[in-house]
Ligand binder design. Sequence first.
Ligand code: AMP
Length: 249
Amino acid sequence: MKVLVAVKRVIDYSVKVRIKPDQSDVDLANVKMSMNPFCEIAVEEAIRLKERGEASEVVVVSIGPKACQDQIRSALAMGADRGIWVEHDGPAGGLAVAKGLAAVAREESPQLVMLGKQSIDSDNNQTGQMLSALLGWPQATFASAVRKTDAGFEVTREIDGGLETLALTGPSVVTTDLRLNEPRFIKLPDIMKAKRKPMASQTPEALGVAMTSGVTLERVETPTERSGGIRVDSVDALIHALKHDAQVL
Ligand code: AMP
């Protein structure tokens, strides 16, 4: 079984995001970039499927600028077998990314495509769902457990009321939630080994995909500063504060 994992390059989760002075976008100059944390969980799960003998190959794909190769290399250092970099500079719409991933999936014919449930920069939570629709494959989003079955996959997913288990038949799309696993720590020898693993490059043109976006970014603003809270020592004081200070009652 081949597993294709989509990984996205995003601002590292620990970075305090700055906005460009002209508010045209987030400032990425000299900012630490990393693999989207949910993608890391997807890579880890694919590698665990391989370690359990259920997957035979783990292929990683990323769409973006040349620097995306760093995130593909990180996935290879974790244990993925090979990478595919789809070269694209500039903004890419969610649908265009999903179409690019669908084109790679059609070329690679994996039995499973794994993605993060959401990227922490744009917070879209849409690529896996659109990919499943484009391919006509079943999907299970927010996976907290993935098991291989004879027919396909059994996926437990986190929903508001608890856990739901879905049975997927045939090639499937699964997006990962936080509690699926804890990604492994990459060791130095693995980074060296990853340098020798194959990484192919592709262009959107060769895949037959136009990387356009139907969304225009108008302006980015910092959230308004929250004012500090106050402590009250009785229920009466709380009600008084809610009525007269906060004026929410
Ligand atoms: P999103 O729908 O943007 O929140 O992203 C959800 C998931 O889609 C990410 O965690 C990745 O697995 C995948 N994805 C989004 N954008 C890209 C990209 N440019 N390259 C590869 N995978 C991506």
